[in-house]
Design a protein around this ligand. Sequence first.
Ligand code: TXA
Ligand code: MG
Length: 307
Amino acid sequence: MQKNVQLAKKTLEKGDLVIFPTETVYGLGGDSTNQRAIKKIYNLKKRPLTNPIICHFKNVEHVNQNFKISKIDSLLINLFWPGALTLILQKKLSSIISPLVSNNSDLVGCRIPNHPIAIELLNNVNFPIAAPSANIATKISSTHFSHISDNLKKNSFILKSGSSSLGLESTVIQTFNNKIEILRLGSITIEELIKKIPDIKIEIRNKNSALSPGNQFKHYSPNHPIRLNVKEVRNDECLLNFGKNNLNSKIFEYNLSVKGDLREASKNFFNYLYLIDKLECKGIAIAPIPDYDLGRTINDRLVRASY
Ligand code: TXA
Ligand code: MG
């Protein structure tokens, strides 16, 4: 085991917190069976207790020990785990997960991440790791350790890695007998789901539903005001651009993907939003981004960032 993973393991076992990389965004992790550790996550992140935290597992067997898995769940698990799918599953009575993780509900978000460091950490502790994204509530998610705020860094052990390979959070899904509902758009897109399961009915859950608590809040906000879908850039604005067009900033521009590739744009998204927010300007103008596939997820984040 890598030495720093060993230190991270000890930190978690003491009930303290570890920031670790995943393929989507960095997570702020604690022992999901330890109520004190979970409380620390909510406090540090300044997150309301009503917004539940997802649990990360090392393998399906461990998920199965704690949760009921339906036929459609199994299908999704086989297709997308390890990966950027968070499944809302119902606890078994034997579950060891702290009720605090899910605001006392027996429905818990579960995921097996696909990142070598996350996997090594999970393989070396004997509990699932509860971890929201490693950012202060309402602020931008971290796809590189340099994005993580000082207060989070000061109060946790950090496992550093490079930039996240996907760059957008997992897709949160709950299944029913005859359909799947998307609670949060993410790195796995509707187009990908339809391609892999052509006969499945997919719905996007109403943003105001109490069952989709994380979607009700202002989120992903930079400090500067942002304007979406701009046709022109004001003199005092920076530009977050996409593809080739006539938009121009007098101050500075980042282009999410010059060639208009949504995968590249997703990977750059939080990093460029973080960097552009450091610049001296009055606001951030955002170029139109196509509203399909990963573009739909990016637009979801942008709308909530402009809230
Ligand atoms: O990619 C990711 O999902 C990252 C990495 C670290 O795994 N984690 C992450 O966690 O983004 P967080 O807490 O920032 O977002 C999880 C989302 C929130 O919108 C939350 O409301 C929703 O999932 N969620 C979690 N548990 C839920 C539950 N039991 N019922 C309904 N929604 C839930
Ligand atoms: Mg988050």
